[in-house]
Design a protein around this ligand. Structure first.
Ligand SMILES: *[C@@H]1O[C@H](CO)[C@@H](O)[C@H](O)[C@H]1NC(C)=O
Ligand SMILES: *[C@@H]1O[C@H](CO)[C@@H](O)[C@H](O)[C@H]1NC(C)=O
Ligand SMILES: *[C@@H]1O[C@H](CO)[C@@H](O)[C@H](O)[C@H]1NC(C)=O
Length: 761
């Protein structure tokens, strides 16, 4: 073994001076040598620990190091034979082994012990290399309202692997955060050394106002005592706040000498917070017991002669036997057994017996006691809230609304007679009462028509009174009963302006032709939604809101002279369950003999797109037209072309005019010829209406082509202007270049060489 101590020994020597010199006892071989080694030593190895007190004079022996008694080997230790120093060869972990017991001897080669054994105890000095740990990551606790401030309801546990009873394992607990922070940000207090959690005095006051809910606390545990440094760990504490069930108990009456199996359950207490121990004290001591669930028992028979009353105190405590709240008090009264015969009062007329009458004579007297009733009970309704009773607006006066029942606890028939009245909710006299004397039942009946508009609901208060004068306390709250009546609105079904409808059309009628308009008899007061029920051929369509009935397509398959009946349904827009229907009979006519004539196109009009809220007025054939015969009224419809039907909309204005508008938001700009079918008395004309669709300008008007204004350039003049401008620019460029060239030439004229610049220009 060859060691080089020169370089490595300096820090080790310093260490040794600090730690272990005073403990070495060089002369006394048998005394223990104590050496301390720092845990996790970070310097060089071997680390020289202490000089062994080897005798100087015995030089020929060899030093032998072994594990102490009960230790197998010397471990990471060795002795430098030259210097006689004990050394350690690697870093030590106190948490793995805290102490090493060694033994040093000086022996000859044949094993003869010259010196020793010298025991050496090496202690590993702790370093704070262990992080504290909570026993749980999340703690959950139930906290009852009414818990005393300062009484711990949760015990946090944490451990630290460092050497016990040193600052390295000296733990402190803190609350880092409380959520929510209401009603106070510090509802709780955590004992820093013990980790016990309790309500703070402030928390105790505000907890009763807090809603049931939970608080979440972030708690910390840290080593190194109160020093700022150290290792730390955190955990979460969920505290759920629960209602206080620790409520006063009623007195318990127990019969003496009760023959029941014991322990006999008599009452129950309950602390709603978590982890509770119940404790019972009896004053004077008695046979009572509380179990872990808070059930109270009597454990044996009671004797009234020994003790008539006990006062029990039940406590809810935490593990440290501290009361969570004030103890509950419970009186136990021991009842007497009925074991004494009643004694007759010394009253009554004297009974006289003649002198010297024979003995063993007896008689039994019967006394009749009549208890007379007084009217000390007010009549009461059996039910104080009746309804709500729903009544339709159209029920007739006289209808029964409700039957109320009242009772009277008096016995005397005269005292049970009752009087009823409507006390409130009947200002209009809408309701009335009817009752049979003595029956105890009263009927509330309708006396007038109900009106939903006037009052959608009624609260009728009926009062009952005793006919005879009442003795004692007055009538209680059950002397009145409230009947709630809800009025249901009645809306008449919608009515149409005709019972049935009829229209005649030629079989050649195109799609979109207006047949007739169906409307309500009172269109002002209600809005209807129209639909066709059984238009099985699909010939017709109805405009849902306006009620306009039109041909939906060409009447293919219809025979002149035939009839086609469909049912039109009208529903109230506000009350869709209300509806009515009417039949619509269509008579098909022969197609007009002459084909539909085309009139000369109407003068064009302009409409701009995207669609604005104006259109083009289309007039029927003019009066002077011989075709029209000067008669109206005319019907107007769009031609059967589907594109026309999609893009345009035609609304009749009056008998001679209609209004043409764009149906789509955007219609391609350009000239459009819209075929409009005008009909009258089975005669038809096709009227081509010419409309110019243009783009809208910002005012929503047609961007019309403007005629060429004076002085505005034509195409040709524009080209001329362009050419002229270019020519002028060229001219100026030539001028500038020439000028630059001349100026340059002037400069270049000075030196000897000159360049013929002129040619390049
Ligand atoms: C009550 O309503 C009915 C119809 O429901 C009516 O005939 C009668 O006149 C109304 N009576 C009063 C007093 O308004
Ligand atoms: C529609 O219903 C009415 C009444 O029920 C009936 O008279 C008529 O023939 C029906 N029309 C069609 C096309 O089925
Ligand atoms: C029909 O309406 C047009 C356009 O509003 C109007 O010029 C014409 O006088 C009206 N005709 C009748 C008979 O009301």
């Amino acid at each position: 073994m060859s060691l080089r101590p020169v370089l490595t020994m300096v820090p080790a020597w310093l260490w040794l001076l600090c730690l272990s010199t005073p403990q070495t006892l060089p002369k006394a071989q048998s005394a223990d040598l104590h050496v301390e080694v720092p845990e996790n030593y970070g310097g060089n190895f071997p680390l020289y620990l202490t000089k062994l007190p080897l005798p100087r004079e015995v030089a020929e022996g060899q030093v032998v190091l072994s594990g102490g008694p009960g230790m197998a080997a010397e471990g990471p230790f060795a002795v430098d034979p030259e210097s006689g120093f004990l050394l350690v060869t690697k870093a030590l972990d106190r948490e793995q082994q805290a102490e090493y017991q060694l033994q040093v001897t000086l022996e000859t080669e044949d094993g003869h012990v010259l010196w020793g054994p010298q025991p050496v105890l090496v202690r590993v000095k702790d370093e704070n290399d262990q992080v504290p740990h909570f026993s749980q990551a999340i703690y959950r606790a139930r906290l009852s309202k009414g818990t005393r401030p300062g009484t711990p309801f949760l015990f946090l546990e944490a451990s630290d692997g460092d050497e016990p009873d040193t600052v390295n394992s000296d733990l402190r607990f803190h609350i880092l955060n409380q959520a929510p922070a209401q009603p106070s940000p510090d509802m709780f207090q955590l004992e820093p050394r013990l980790g016990v959690l309790a309500l703070s005095p402030k928390g105790s006051i505000s907890l009763d106002h807090a809603l049931e809910g939970s608080y979440q606390l972030l708690v910390q545990v840290k080593d190194m005592g109160d020093q700022a440094s150290g290792h730390q760990a955190t955990a979460t504490v969920d505290v759920s706040v629960v209602e206080n069930t620790w409520v006063p108990l009623e007195t318990i009456h127990l019969t003496e000498n009760l023959k029941v199996p014991y322990p006999h359950h008599m009452a129950q207490v309950h602390w709603s917070g978590g982890d509770v121990l119940y404790h019972l004290e009896s004053q004077p001591p008695g046979p009572f017991h509380v179990d872990a669930e808070g059930k109270l028992y009597v454990t044996g028979e009671l004797d009234r002669e020994a003790q008539t009353e006990y006062l029990l105190q039940v406590r809810a405590q935490n593990f440290r036997r501290e009361d969570y709240a004030e103890p509950l008090e419970l009186h136990v009264v021991v009842l007497d057994e009925n074991d004494n015969a009643p004694v007759c009062p010394p009253r009554g007329p004297p009974i006289s017996i003649p002198e010297l009458s024979p003995p063993g004579l007896s008689n039994t007297c019967e006394l009749t006691i009549t208890v007379t009733d007084i009217n000390d009970h007010a009549p009461e309704f059996t039910t104080s809230q009746i309804g709500p009773v729903s009544l339709s607006e159209d029920v007739e006066p006289g209808t029964l609304v409700a039957t109320l029942t009242a009772t009277d606890a008096d016995l005397e028939p005269a005292f049970t007679l009752m009087d009823f009245a409507v006390e409130a909710g009947n200002t209009e006299g809408t309701f009335g009462l009817e009752w049979e004397p003595n029956s105890g039942h009263v009927q509330l009946r309708l006396q007038k028509n109900l009106s939903y508009e006037a009052a959608p609901s009624h609260e009728v208060v009926v009062v009952v009174r005793s006919v005879e004068e009442l003795v004692g306390p007055g009538p209680g709250p059950r002397a009145t009963a409230t009947v709630t009546v809800l009025v249901e609105r009645v809306i008449p079904p919608p009515k149409l302006d005709q019972e049935s409808y009829e229209a005649s059309v030629p079989v050649s009628t195109p799609a979109g032709f207006l047949l007739l308009t169906i409307q309500a008899s009172d269109p002002m007061s209600r809005t209807l939604r129209f639909s066709l029920v059984n238009d099985s051929e699909g010939w017709l369509c109805i405009e849902e809101v306006s009620g306009e009935v039109r041909t939906a397509q060409s009447l293919q398959g219809a025979q002149a002279g035939d009839m086609y009946t469909v049912l039109v349904e009208a529903r109230d827009a506000d009350e869709p369950r209300l509806s009515t229907s009417a039949s619509l009979v269509i008579h098909f006519l022969k197609a007009p003999p002459s084909p539909a004539l085309t009139l000369a196109p109407m003068p064009s009009s302009h409409l701009c797109t995207p669609r604005q809220d104006y259109g083009v007025v289309v007039s029927g054939p003019s009066k002077d037209s011989d075709l029209a015969g000067g008669h109206g009224p005319y019907s107007f419809a769009l031609g059967p072309n589907p594109t026309v039907q999609r893009d345009w909309r035609l609304q009749p204005l009056n008998g001679s005019h209609a209004y043409l508008t764009l149906a789509l938001h955007w219609v391609e700009p350009g000239e459009h010829i819209i075929p409009v079918v005008v009909s009258h008395d089975a005669r038809m004309w096709q009227l081509p209406v010419r409309v110019i669709v243009c783009r809208c300008n910002t005012e929503g008007q047609c961007m019309r082509k403007v005629g060429r204004m004076k002085g505005m350039p034509t195409k040709l003049s524009a080209v001329g202007v362009l050419v002229g401008t270019l020519a002028a620019i060229g001219f100026f460029l030539i001028l500038i270049f020439t000028h630059l060239a001349l100026a340059r030439k002037k400069d270049l004229d000075q030196p000897a060489d000159s360049m013929p610049l002129k040619d390049t220009v």
